[in-house]
Ligand binder design. Structure first.
Ligand code: FAD
Length: 313
């Protein structure tokens, strides 16, 4: 991003704009380079205004949620990283039948807040997301799942804003949902930004919903490294197997590279034990891929989105 573009962004009256923002502060792995600009938009209108400027100026952009499935390489990102805040966090029941309801959730909303709010409303279905530290937008984009359930199964529709500021509502029939991915029936999401999702939920007693959430949280304890900086499961599970099982069977639990380590608790959690760089984490991930391939002939694919900006090399 050149000086002229920085001046234009500064003059654009954005609510929250930071230049050269460390991405280690924006993602749960607590590593990575800086983003030329980090912009927190407070409303869809602010987002559309920003996209118009970025598109006119040909500034690349990337929307992120809570950064819990993301790693920006140490050389950084030369464009604008956008986060959805304020109005983009709103939750509302939009339609209620005798035993179901449609909930509209803003893409910036934290999953924990959505899950507990739905519990309070007596609306069931999303409990399996308890303990996943992402946002609604990130969970829908990644089709986040746990305990045999996936976000996409409860989706009714999504709202997208494209790079030209066009808002579209797309029903679930026009989406292609697969393991840890969401695409449109006619292609990838590309640079479109998810601004909201509608979930179809069923009615239940708040107490029952809360106790299911508590049970899911309990199941996570002991299976995952508590409090460690990670991005959850680093690799996707290969068909019919578990990445964590393969990594453990390859004897890699506890292996490290700099301050990046394979968690001794869960083989598929790569944790940052202190001041790991993105390079440490990626070198460890490559070591895992090489060893697992050598032992089992299986190529593990990262689930974590690695953001490599060629223009920063
Ligand atoms: C301790 C821990 C446990 C976890 N457990 C699970 C689990 O059980 N199951 C699971 O599936 N995942 C799990 N994860 C991974 C992660 O939390 C989920 O994938 C989550 O849904 C990511 O949400 P996010 O908002 O952090 O997305 P980010 O990491 O910020 O972004 C992930 C991707 O989504 C895109 N994106 C984000 N927001 C939008 C948007 N509004 N519009 C378009 N694209 C967007 C980003 O560009 C990026 O490509 C875990 C992570 C941690 C740290």
């Amino acid at each position: 991003m050149n000086e002229h573009q920085r001046r234009l962004l500064t003059a654009a009256g954005l609510t929250e704009l930071r230049f050269d923002a460390p991405m280690s502060e924006c993602c749960t792995l607590r590593a990575g380079g800086t983003a030329a600009a980090l912009i927190d938009v407070q409303s869809i209108e602010e987002l559309r205004r920003l996209l118009a400027l970025l598109t006119d100026e040909e500034i690349k952009f990337l929307v992120i949620g809570r950064g819990s499935n993301l790693l920006v390489t140490d050389s950084g990102y030369s464009g604008a990283i956008i986060r959805l805040k304020g109005e983009c966090n709103a939750l509302a029941v939009q339609e209620r039948g005798p035993d179901f309801a449609l909930v509209k959730a803003g893409a910036g909303c934290a999953l924990g807040k959505l899950v507990s709010w739905c519990g309070g409303q007596g609306l069931a279905g999303l409990e399996f997301l308890a303990g996943i530290p992402g946002s609604v937008g990130g969970a829908v984009r990644m089709n986040a799942g746990a305990w045999g359930q996936e976000t996409g199964a409860l989706l009714f529709a999504i709202e997208l804003v494209d790079k030209d500021g066009r808002i579209r509502q797309i029903s679930v029939d026009a989406l292609r949902l697969s393991y840890r991915n969401l695409a449109l029936a006619d292609g990838e999401l590309g640079s479109s930004i998810l601004t909201a999702a509608w979930f179809r939920l069923t009615a239940d007693e708040p107490e029952q919903i809360r106790s299911r959430c508590a049970a899911y949280l309990e199941r996570r304890k002991g299976k995952q490294p508590a409090g460690a900086a990670s991005a959850g499961s680093f690799f996707k599970n290969p068909p019919g197997d578990f990445a964590g099982r393969l990594i453990e069977a390859a004897g890699l639990k506890g292996a490290s590279c700099g301050a990046a380590m394979i968690s001794p608790v869960h083989g598929n959690f790569l944790v940052n034990t202190g001041d790991a760089t993105a390079a440490d984490i990626l070198a460890l991930a490559e070591q895992v891929q090489a060893e697992v391939f050598a032992r089992f002939g299986i190529r593990l694919e990262p689930e974590v989105k690695i953001i490599r900006d060629e223009s920063c090399q």
